[in-house]
Design a protein around this ligand. Structure first.
Ligand code: AMP
Length: 330
């Protein structure tokens, strides 16, 4: 199975997906896949155990793969593997890379600095969080990936990967391609309740792909919108959902038209929500039907993963042979 790894992307198996996960993470992957790229997608279970129990993470792996397949990820084009099938290789490479950076440098990685300063304190944050940028570098370099699509928040981590790859190559020879960062347009879907980002930590403000049609409808009916003529972040965000959630051109025009009327002072928020409900329900129905089909053959996911895991293992082993030859000599 000869394959040149151009694009690599990862996703943490941490529970049910929301429509924001679909719009922000899955849809850009589908666009890549459908534009003729052959991305590598890994289920980042080692990253997930930073803040979830391993036993729980293990259960989420197959769920996540089922979701991604039902959302349109095509295993003929996108190779899917589970990170931990190459955990030995990744952890060894992490150690080799970690010796090329310093504690001070890792402490300056902005996301680490932020988490330690503003979130968990350095006393309670576990050290795997601190190690995250090195582990991420190993994920990418072990597959010798050339291009990494990331959101804004991951750009700094990618910089660590690039720096580590450059240092390794300079010291031991040109083993790693220096991965290019391709920044995915950042998208921020807000909670329907107006309490920050849509996320599973605020379930009433999030539409889960597993929600029943009634639950989804109820959540949208209660969603925050905007007062007379106003455009609020909540309304902008609901408009994004309506326009991006696989709606037809006609529906998108209808949405724009409703917003124009709203700005002119007409009372149209009910109509707008009805349109949102129609689009969300159709999306959920299609997804849930497809998911049942994916799960109808109990061996399908195993087969998909076996193929992806085989590729990931072979490629990782090849990298480690090159790395160790370069470091230790023949
Ligand atoms: P999480 O489940 O929070 O780890 O998110 C996984 C990925 O889903 C993120 O890296 C984003 O690409 C996407 N995502 C999650 N929440 C949102 C949101 N509210 N708006 C847009 N994209 C999101």
């Amino acid at each position: 199975m000869e394959k040149n790894v151009n694009i690599l992307t990862g996703v943490r198996p941490t529970g049910s997906l929301t429509i924001a996960n679909y719009l922000g993470a899955v849809k850009p992957l589908l666009e890549l896949q459908n534009s003729g790229e052959e991305p590598l997608l890994f289920v980042a279970d080692l990253h997930a155990i930073t803040d979830y129990e391993p036993e729980q993470v293990k259960q989420y792996i197959r769920e996540l793969v089922a979701d991604y397949l039902a959302l349109g990820v095509d295993p003929e084009k996108t190779t899917i593997y589970v990170q931990s099938v190459i955990k030995g290789q990744i952890m060894t490479l992490s150690a080799y890379l970690a010796r090329l950076t310093t504690v001070a440098e890792l402490l300056r990685v902005p996301t680490i600095k932020d988490k330690i300063k503003h979130g968990q304190s350095a006393e309670s944050a576990n050290a795997l969080l601190f190690f995250y940028p090195v582990l991420m570098a190993a994920d990418i370099l072990i597959q010798r990936a050339k291009s990494i699509p990331v959101g804004e928040d991951q750009v700094a981590h990618l910089e660590t990967t690039r720096v580590l790859a450059e240092r390794f190559n300079k010291k031991y020879g040109e083993i790693f391609p220096i991965p290019k960062v391709t920044q995915v347009k950042s998208l921020r879907i807000l909670s329907l309740k107006g309490d920050g980002k849509m996320s599973k930590s605020s379930p009433e403000g999030a539409i889960f792909l597993t929600d029943t049609l009634e639950e989804a409808e109820k959540k949208i009916k209660r969603a925050q919108t905007a007062g007379d003529k106003e455009m609020t972040p909540s309304l902008e965000s609901l408009l994004l959902i309506v326009k991006m959630l696989d709606s037809t051109e006609e529906e998108q025009k209808r949405a724009d038209d409703i917003i124009v009327r709203h700005k002119n002072g007409e009372q149209v928020m009910g109509e707008f929500k009805d349109l949102a409900i129609e689009i969300v329900k159709r999306f959920l129905t299609r997804f849930q039907t497809k998911r049942k089909e994916v799960l109808a053959d109990p061996t399908y996911i195993d087969k998909v993963l076996e193929q992806g895991n085989d590729f990931a293992r072979k490629n990782a082993d090849e990298t480690m042979v090159m790395v160790e030859k370069a470091m230790y000599g023949n």
